[in-house]
Design a protein around this ligand. Structure first.
Ligand code: ADP
Length: 276
């Protein structure tokens, strides 16, 4: 297969932490594609673990709500991922004040997100960086989960994971408190926070730094205690925490004025849950 990058000059469509993304065309099909050129040099031997993970997991995950990896090629010592081109993402829509979201829009974005997440988890893969800008949208409105650079396979229960994952505002409490063993709950938490953001149209829990994130999160949702989450107080980050009460239903109704009762119930199942 061959690809051309843009027309005369390569058209850059985005830049992430470890990649530059260009708009391209698959010459055989004329189909628009995104070429994600991995910035090399993060590792002495030229091997980039994030890129390798992204390739590995995307090859395993074929689903309508997960971005399609069309091909992989090497050019000038760079690794290039050829992905289906998706012109927008949920962050762009959330920030576009001219757009009104209907309950149907929010339900359908959530459903597509959860179908994609379910497919990842069914294949023992945690995404670990769900946020609106990683939920890309096709021309026809299909939502696809992208950016598997931080994904990890759900390994043996004894394997230790790093807790410094997931963009801060979408980070689950077990990660904020430094748990080394966690599960698909971290992705479900992020979906709950994205759900809240779709209703508020601003980030729900925007912590200024990692410490502030703990305070912002527990002030909004209550501080977990051992009675609701066994041994939570033994996690590394659990000391000198202010104990905030859980919000009442009434308080949540005020916070999410437009939300229906069932929307509030669903959101609370995602966030005020017990995690072991
Ligand atoms: P990183 O893994 O380095 O964070 P991303 O995968 O988030 O990089 O890509 C960076 C940006 O490039 C995204 O925010 C988005 O704007 C754009 N982008 C990434 N993948 C695609 C795609 N398949 N189609 C269109 N734009 C994309």
């Amino acid at each position: 297969m061959s690809y051309t990058k843009g027309e005369s000059t390569a058209k850059k469509v985005g830049e992430g932490t470890y990649a530059v993304v260009f708009l391209g065309k698959q010459t055989s099909t004329e189909r628009d594609i995104a070429i994600k050129e991995i910035k090399t040099g993060q590792f002495k031997d030229g091997l980039d673990m994030s890129a390798l993970r992204e390739v590995k997991y995307l090859q395993e995950l074929k689903h309508v709500n997960v971005i399609e990896l069309v091909d992989v090629f090497e050019s000038a010592n760079n690794l290039n991922l050829v992905l289906e081109f998706l012109p927008s993402d949920l962050e762009v829509l959330i920030k576009d004040r001219t757009l009104l979201f209907s309950p149907g829009d929010v339900k359908s974005w959530l459903l597509m997100t959860l179908r994609g997440v379910h497919h990842c988890h069914r294949n023992f893969i945690l995404h670990r960086d769900l946020k609106p800008s990683n939920l890309l949208l096709s021309q026809s409105g299909e939502l696809k989960i992208a950016d598997f650079g931080l994904a990890r396979s759900l390994g043996s229960p004894n394997e230790e994971f790093t807790s410094n994952v997931v963009t801060r505002w979408y980070r689950a409490p077990e990660l904020l408190l430094g748990a080394k063993h966690y599960d698909g709950g971290v992705d479900i938490w992020a979906v709950g926070i994205i759900f809240a953001e779709l209703m508020l149209r601003v980030p729900y829990l925007p912590g200024a730094d990692d410490i502030d994130q703990i305070d912002v999160t527990f002030r909004a949702l209550g501080t977990p205690t051992d009675s609701m989450w066994e041994l939570v107080s033994t996690l590394p980050g659990y000391n000198n925490l202010t104990v905030y009460p859980q919000p009442t239903k009434q308080e949540l109704r005020k916070r999410f004025i437009a939300a229906t009762e069932s929307a509030l119930d669903l959101m609370n199942d995602g966030t005020l849950r017990n995690v072991s």
